[in-house]
Design a protein around this ligand. Structure first.
Ligand SMILES: [Zn+2]
Length: 398
């Protein structure tokens, strides 16, 4: 059922450019503007980020951006920005191009998904902006990144709201919001009229309220044994959603043969990670690690592992029925080849087989907390047993 396939490139339409400007006096109509664009709200909490033109020379700036975004939008919500590597042609999510020009985005929120040069950031400030940024590159790079990532999450310019002073509303324009979340916020990082320039890149109290309304408050950190999450994404960039019943996730809709997708695995603790498929023919399909010679140990935490890999997609083959996509998160190394073989030899449903084979090693269900609200993930408390399976059933049609 699962085969790796190389994907065709997509051609993206050029869409309107939004600029962060401080000097423009373009007059715009003061409509009932608001803070967020409803259609731009991401459905996923895990958003890939990549760099279109990373070099050694811009490494410092890239580190500053990642740090600033992690310490603001990510820290105060359930969002996880993943990747931060060089973009491949097919990469979805937020694609950042570094250029000596006005920082801007080419849309709000998920309208940026996979758009080449969807976000443009400036690290050098030689031609653009005031001389102050030239002398305070870290400060300006971070503050501008926080502002532009606000747009990338769907937030429009706060100073465009009708509650802002007329002078503020005349400031340079972009796509307006249509979803008013909080009271007008002079201190927003999205407000040019903030007495502190775009809030010095520090989220205001109301920025955090808006953020958490759209993307949830952070879950309290607990001492855990294992935790992880999966994000399924079609080749088109759209998220594949799943509902949970007990410990099993099921895709909310069937997918036809030939569907291409990638799975991002996020592990929050170092773990051995094993991924395989199981279908109606009662065969198992090894997906990750690809061969017994490859390591299953993933020690880079809060990072992403792309399945099958960044250059390939998983393809749904012609065997119609229910496919199971299973990821085992484990404290200890497993004999994966043996596990796959025993699952094929066992009898009963996939779930029964897995429990027959792994029973003694599985973390007890009462010690696992599963993710809700369309996310696929878990947190397990520390104990002697050490394997947690995340199982996703995909109904598959012709
Ligand atoms: Zn802006």
């Amino acid at each position: 059922m699962f085969i790796s396939t190389r994907r065709l490139l997509q051609v993206f339409a050029l869409i309107e450019v939004m600029c962060l400007a401080h000097v423009s006096v373009e007059v715009v109509e003061a409509q009932n503007r608001a803070i967020a664009l409803r259609s731009g709200i991401w459905e996923t909490r895990t958003i890939p980020v990549c760099w279109e033109n990373p070099t050694e020379a811009n490494r410092q700036g890239r580190d500053w951006v990642q740090e600033a975004v992690t310490e603001t939008w990510q820290k105060h919500s359930q969002l996880r920005f993943m990747g931060w590597n060089a973009c491949a042609a097919y990469n979805q999510g937020i694609r950042i191009y570094i250029e000596e020009t006005w920082p801007h985005v080419k849309g709000l929120g998920k309208h940026l998904n996979g758009i080449p040069r969807g976000m443009v950031l400036n690290f050098t400030f030689q031609n653009w902006s005031s001389s102050q940024c030239r002398q305070r590159t870290e400060f300006c790079t971070k503050a501008l990144a926080v502002h532009e990532f606000g747009h990338a999450l769907g937030f429009a310019h706060e100073h465009h709201r009708e509650e802002a002073s007329p002078a503020c509303q005349k400031e340079a324009q972009g796509v307006s919001g249509d979803f008013k979340i909080t009271a007008y916020d002079l201190y927003s990082v999205m407000n040019y009229c903030n007495p502190k320039w775009i809030g010095n890149g520090k989220l205001s109290a109301l920025d955090i309220v808006g953020l958490q309304t759209l993307y949830g408050a952070p879950q309290p950190e607990r001492i855990v044994g294992l935790s992880g999450a999966l994000h399924f994404q079609l080749a088109s960039g759209a998220a594949m959603r799943a509902d949970r019943q007990g410990s099993l996730y099921t895709m909310t809709r069937p997918y036809p043969s030939g569907t291409l997708f990638q799975v991002f695995i996020i592990n929050h603790q170092p773990a051995y990670i094993y991924t395989f498929g199981f279908d109606r023919l009662e065969k198992t399909y090894r997906i990750f690690p690809h061969t017994p010679a490859h390591s299953a140990y993933v020690d880079q935490t809060r990072s992403q592992l792309v399945i099958p890999d960044e250059a390939h997609y998983v393809s749904i083959d012609d065997t119609v029925g229910t496919d199971y996509f299973c990821v085992l998160f484990s404290h200890q190394k497993l004999d994966f080849t043996m596990v796959l073989q025993r699952i094929e030899e066992a009898s009963g449903s996939f779930f029964t087989r897995l429990h027959t084979v792994m029973g003694a090693e599985l973390v007890l269900e009462r010690n696992i907390q599963y993710a809700e609200a369309g996310d696929i993930g878990f947190t397990a408390t520390r104990q002697e047993r050490g394997v947690v399976p995340l199982i996703v059933a995909i109904e598959h049609t012709q």
